[in-house]
Design a protein around this ligand. Structure first.
Ligand code: PLP
Length: 429
């Protein structure tokens, strides 16, 4: 994406080197924070769960996007993880932002981002928020129904509108098209109404569902978008931008997905059409690791089988940062950090071969029985009260949807590390 800052890969940015350095830095940060806590004397909050975030991973995702989806200018979906350092880094890298509410718009504007870099990507907007966005100079926004057009005419007549269309999101983790998106049978009527109201429709938007796994969804959506571009042209609109939404995962499926999308874009949209996207989880998922403290333990002895297992109670759960289990259909994997016997970080990944013999279930801190993180897992070692566990890939849809249920905090500390000199330089770290 041409108007994003051109960043040359620096020493840490070869994938293997970067990943190894990232693991090392995260490990050191986890260890030093955990070792600083004495649960027998600490103050309230000192032993709370905490994140370690590697901003270098976010930076590497940026380089990877540029390499594979260079035609698509990303507008980071703030809802996914509004971490201030992540927003600052992405802003420095020249990304745009997809905001869903007044607070998100305000957060991004306060960083000094030009309102022209924001898309208010919410087809059903609160009137007060729409007024705020308009007064703040945010013009790009989506719609998918007639009532929204009347609302826009009243409050934001100069808006640059994107018609959000329905997609086949059946192969995604979180389906969005059950709620949003105009079916192509209705786009003609909506465009006619927009014309009658003298509104400015500048493009089409879609979202193939968060955590998408079927590249064919992108092909169909791009074809439908082409159809709507042609419909709009026939009515006299000069659409200039296609918004391909989010849905990209940060795992190895990204490259093939990006290749399919790029081929469809090149087939259906000539180079003068600007292409933007709204990726969220792609940028942050792997960057954040969460450490949790074992606050209680119950021993379960089965006299019939002659076995012993343990229920571990941690100080974070599904009403907190593990909200991703409920809302984002995730299955976070517990790993042993420990503290009592000093096993710290990543033992399993570096070839730890002791068999996993001790059985556990892992629970959150609230009094609700639904608050379970893993109903069955096993580790080689016996874990005690005061030990620590960690969970990788906790950057997307975790902290942002945590509640304060039962009076627990939903604002856990983030310890930042940076495995990329380029990102450190941009952030002045
Ligand atoms: N854009 C919109 C309108 C969304 O609703 C979402 C997620 O819900 C996103 C972008 C980000 O999606 P993802 O995190 O899958 O990239």
């Amino acid at each position: 994406y041409q108007d994003c800052k051109s960043v040359e890969p620096t020493l840490g940015t070869t994938d293997n080197h970067g990943a190894a350095l990232s693991r090392q830095l995260k490990g050191e940060a986890l260890k030093s924070r955990v070792e600083a806590v004495d649960p027998d004397t600490c103050d309230v909050g000192d032993e709370d769960a905490f994140f370690v975030a590697d901003l270098g991973e976010v930076y590497r995702q940026h380089l990877r996007w540029k390499k594979n989806l260079g035609r698509v200018k990303p507008h980071y979906a703030v809802k996914c993880n509004p971490d201030p350092q992540v927003l600052r880094l992405l802003s420095e890298l020249g990304l745009g932002f997809d905001c869903a509410s007044k607070n998100e718009i305000e957060t991004v504007l306060k960083m000094g981002v030009d309102p022209a870099r924001i898309i208010y990507a919410q087809p059903c907007k609160t009137k007060g928020y729409l007024r705020y966005a308009t007064n703040a100079g945010v013009k790009q926004m989506t719609f998918d129904n007639a009532d929204e057009l009347y609302k826009t005419k009243q409050i934001a007549p100069d808006a640059e509108l994107y018609l959000r269309i329905l997609t086949d999101d059946s192969a995604s983790l979180c389906r969005l098209s059950q709620k949003f998106g105009a079916c192509v049978d209705t786009t003609g009527e909506l465009l006619e109404l927009a014309k009658k109201l003298e509104l400015n429709v500048v493009g089409v938007a879609f979202h193939v569902g968060s955590g998408a796994s079927d590249p064919k969804a992108f092909i169909k959506a791009v074809q439908d978008a082409r159809f709507v571009f042609d419909q709009a042209a026939a009515l006299g609109f000069a659409m200039h931008t296609l918004d391909v939404g989010g849905g990209f995962t940060g795992d190895e499926s990204f490259e093939p997905m990006a290749a399919v999308l790029t081929a469809s874009l090149d087939e259906y949209f000539p180079p003068h059409i600007r292409i933007i996207g709204e990726p969220g989880r792609y940028f942050v998922s792997t960057a954040f690791t969460l450490a949790c403290h074992v606050i209680a333990r119950r021993t379960v002895a089965d006299a019939t089988l002659g076995t012993t297992s343990y229920m571990l109670y941690m100080n974070d759960g599904v009403y907190g940062n593990f909200s991703s289990i409920i809302f984002d259909h995730q299955h976070p994997v517990p790993r042993v950090l420990k503290n009592g016997d000093d096993i710290l970080y990543d033992v399993r990944r570096s070839g730890y071969d002791t068999p996993s013999v001790v059985e556990y279930s892992i629970w959150g801190p609230t009094c609700d029985g639904i608050d379970v993180i893993s109903s069955s897992c096993s580790f080689p070692e016996v874990l005690n009260v005061n030990d620590w566990l960690y969970f990788e890939d906790m950057g997307a849809y975790t902290k942002c949807s945590a509640t304060r249920f039962n009076g627990f905090t939903n604002n856990h500390d983030v310890v930042y590390v940076c495995s990329e000199p380029g990102a450190s330089a941009l952030l002045g770290l």
